[in-house]
Every structure is written in structure tokens, then in C-alpha cells.
Design a protein around this ligand. Structure first.
Ligand code: FDA
Length: 395
């Protein structure tokens, strides 16, 4: 007869759930992973443009947002990026650094999912897909899970159902609801690593720029990122914008340094001396994306004259605008396109050493369902691996 009682049932066959399952099974635990999707690791498969940015060489606690920034430290130090890189290497998966420590598969994200499933199979963790969990109860000793495929029992339950981003990939609020059922509080959730939308007037003005990319420093009041910005048909995106979106609050402006590698005032003064007959438009075209120049001139109402005819005060004000161009988003594209969910299960109610609930024995939370959110660049997967491993070692 089919075994229906396990040491541990893990909800969610994503990055964290699969890694935790293999880790616990390696220790001899009987493990069942349940997921409602038809396929395991769907987000891994589409991540990094199909090549999965599976970690970042420079992962450190500072790369994460949480109401309690200390919470992630223990797990990140016990299972590091180098531990996961060693596993990827053991499986012979070739990878490369794209930029800023971001490691991608040379070939395909499918290799990462294959590796995680092979690890589960090798150590006897069972992965069961197409299973809807309808009820989870605890009788003081054991958990009982009622599902579309029958009832299962376990001493511990690990919630690895992720956040709300990309509902079409199977994201649900299940983990948050289950946490609340067992008395946990949820830090307010919102979309992170997400493009901004613009107010109608800005959108109409910037629409001709769709597809234009420029290197900038994008800053909110709390953080700044030097990377590319991309104009889209609906607003702005690109790594610099996605990063800053996680720190942005509705109603705030984003400050964009359009000349991050130069001192615009010094450069304008030097050009005024050396090429006094050069027009401002020609000068700007040498320093920022050409398609942005006309729109900037119109928007900022800068007079079009030769550099010689500008006073130092005028040049200083132009330079200030180039270094601190202000853009006020209307909102974000939301969970439809967001890479992550900010907020989540309150980490003050969870042990940072084991990921076990401090309120409910035998209940664990790992990965994105927790209020720990990484920057763009492989940090979110590293959090999934690290939190999963410490849980798998303890469960
Ligand atoms: P994850 O979302 O991976 O898994 C949750 C699992 O739970 C899913 O399999 C889901 O089907 C299942 N589930 C949900 N509700 C359920 C329910 N009610 N019943 C049963 N099962 C349920 N990060 C990074 O570091 N590098 C990158 O390159 C990218 N790229 C990227 C691209 C895109 C398009 C997205 C949307 C996200 C990324 N990310 C990323 C973020 C990264 O994918 C994310 O942080 C991790 O997948 C989180 O891992 P988890 O295991 O916590 O959740």
C-alpha cells in the first residue's frame, strides 16, 4: 500500500522546496513534495532568459530587503553561494559570470531543475505534482494534509510556496494564508523588481523612446544602482529601474543620473572653452542617448544656443538636471511582471537558524514566502538555496 505518512511534507516544488527536499532526504528523512503545478521549478526554467542566474558571487546580507535585515545572515553564512556553485560544478553544469558577479548557465536553466530533481530522486524524496492542498491541520502531534490526491500525514510541514509574482506561473497566496492560519503575521506585500508605469502625459512624451537603453544611476531616497535603464511602451524598465523599484514607495520620484561617469558641469565648461560654437543639442548627443536628447530639450525647456552663449549658472543648472533628473512613476506593472514579492511571513516569528516557526512546532517557512527579498542578480535564488538548506538540515 502507498505510504501516506512522511517525516516531512514540503509544499511547493520550486527552488527552495526542491533543494530542501534533497537536503532532508540526504539525512534519511522520508520526504514528500507537493505542488499544484504540472511542472516543477517553473520560475527557474524561465529565469535569466532561460539560462537561470542561479547565484551571485558577491552575495552578502546587504543585498536583501527585510523588516529585520539581520534575519538572513545566519542561513547565508551557513550555506553560501560557493556551496551551491560547488553542487552545480559537481553536476558538470557549465556557467559563466555575465556581469557584477551574476552566474548564469552556459546552456539552459533546465540543467538546474534537472539537478534538483536528480538530487531528490537519488536520496528518495518524492515529488508529486498536480496536487491541490485543500486543508492543513495539526492534532498536537502530526500534521494532516487533505489534497486532491488524498490525505497525507507528516511530523513537519515546510511552506515553500513562494510569493505572488507571476500568477500565470502558478504563484498563489497559499503560503501567507497558511501562515496566518497558524497565528503568523505577514509583513505587507507588494511587487518588487518590477518596471514602472508613467503618468499619461509622461507616457505620451517618452513613448517614441521605447527600446532605448542608457547607462544611469537610478536612485530612491534609500538606495541607488548603476546599471542600464530601458524605456518601454508603458514606462521604464531595465536593471537599474528594477533594482530601485524594490525601494520605491508610491508617490515618490526616482532620481536618474544620466551622466554617471562624468562631471557634467566640468565637461560643459570645458566644451564651452574648447568648442564655443557647439550647440547644446550636439553636445548632449555626445553624452546621452541621442533619442532622449530632443525630448529632454523640450521637457526641460532649455534654450537652444551655442555653448558660448550659456552663462555658468545656466550650465550648472543643466548639469544638475543631467545628474539628478527626476521621474515620477504612476505605479508599477504589478505582480504580472514582477520578479519578486516584497514582504511576506514576518521573520521575527521564525528561527533564523532552522526556519522553524516560533509559534507552531514542526512548521517551517523557506524561500520567497518569507519577508526576505534579494536584489536583482541571482540573490533571490541564493536565498532560496540557503534558507532551504538550513531547514533541510533541521527538519
Ligand atoms: P518558487 O516561486 O520558485 O516556487 C513556489 C512553488 O510553489 C511553485 O512551484 C508553485 O507552483 C508552488 N505553489 C504555489 N502555490 C501553491 C499551492 N497553493 N499549492 C501547491 N503548490 C503551490 N531570481 C534569481 O535569483 N535569478 C534569476 O535569474 C531570477 N529570474 C527570475 C525571472 C522571473 C520571470 C521571475 C518571476 C523570477 C525570477 N527570479 C530570479 C526570482 C526567483 O525565481 C524566486 O525568488 C525564486 O523562484 C523563489 O523560490 P521559491 O522556491 O521560494 O518559490
Amino acid at each position: 500500500m502507498e505510504t501516506k505518512t512522511f517525516d516531512c511534507i514540503i509544499l511547493g516544488a520550486g527552488a527552495a522546496g526542491l533543494h530542501c527536499a534533497a537536503t532532508a532526504a540526504k539525512r534519511g528523512k522520508s520526504v514528500l513534495v507537493l505542488d499544484h503545478a504540472k511542472q516543477a521549478g517553473k520560475k527557474i526554467l524561465i529565469s535569466g532568459g532561460g539560462r537561470c542566474n542561479f547565484t551571485n558571487m558577491y552575495t552578502a546580507p546587504d543585498n536583501f530587503l527585510s523588516a529585520n535585515p539581520h534575519f538572513c545572515k545566519s542561513a547565508l553564512s551557513r550555506y553560501t553561494q560557493w556551496d551551491f556553485i560547488a553542487q552545480v560544478s559537481r553536476y558538470g553544469i557549465a556557467y559563466h559570470e555575465k556581469t557584477l558577479g551574476q552566474l548564469f548557465c552556459d546552456d539552459s536553466a533546465k540543467q538546474i531543475v534537472r539537478m534538483l530533481l536528480d538530487e531528490c530522486a537519488e536520496h528518495g524524496a518524492r515529488v508529486q505534482l498536480r496536487t491541490n492542498v485543500t486543508d492543513v491541520s495539526f492534532d498536537g502531534q502530526e500534521y494532516q494534509l487533505d489534497t486532491s490526491q488524498g490525505t497525507y500525514n507528516a511530523k513537519s510541514v515546510v511552506v515553500a510556496t513562494g510569493g505572488l509574482s507571476m500568477p500565470k506561473l502558478g504563484a498563489t497566496a497559499f503560503g501567507f494564508k497558511l501562515a496566518e492560519q497558524f497565528g503568523h503575521s505577514i509583513q505587507p506585500v507588494r511587487a518588487g523588481l518590477v518596471p514602472f508605469t508613467l503618468h499619461d502625459s509622461d507616457k505620451a512624451q517618452f513613448e517614441p523612446l521605447a527600446g532605448t537603453a542608457c547607462d544611469v544611476i537610478a536612485a530612491s531616497d534609500r538606495a541607488s544602482f548603476k546599471e542600464a535603464m530601458l524605456f518601454t511602451h508603458r514606462g521604464v524598465s531595465g536593471p537599474a529601474i528594477l533594482q530601485v523599484s524594490s525601494y520605491w514607495q508610491p508617490g515618490e520620484s526616482v532620481h536618474i543620473n544620466l551622466m554617471p561617469d562624468a562631471d557634467a558641469f566640468e565637461a560643459l565648461k570645458a566644451s564651452k572653452q574648447q568648442q564655443p560654437k557647439m550647440g547644446l543639442k550636439a553636445w548632449l548627443s555626445q553624452h546621452i542617448a541621442k533619442r532622449l536628447v530632443s525630448i529632454l530639450l523640450e521637457r526641460e525647456k532649455w534654450p537652444q544656443k551655442n555653448l558660448a552663449d550659456y552663462s555658468h549658472a545656466e550650465l550648472s543648472s543643466i548639469a544638475e538636471c543631467l545628474h539628478n533628473w527626476s521621474l515620477k512613476p504612476n505605479g508599477t506593472e504589478g505582480y504580472r511582471t514582477a520578479e519578486v514579492t516584497l514582504g511576506g511571513v514576518n521573520v521575527d516569528e521564525v528561527s533564523s537558524k532552522t526556519m522553524q516557526s516560533k509559534l507552531q512546532p514542526g512548521l517551517y517557512f523557506i524561500g520567497e514566502v518569507l519577508d526576505v527579498t534579494g536584489w536583482l542578480g541571482g540573490y533571490n535564488f541564493q536565498w532560496a538555496w540557503s534558507s532551504a538548506w538550513v531547514c533541510g538540515e533541521s527538519v
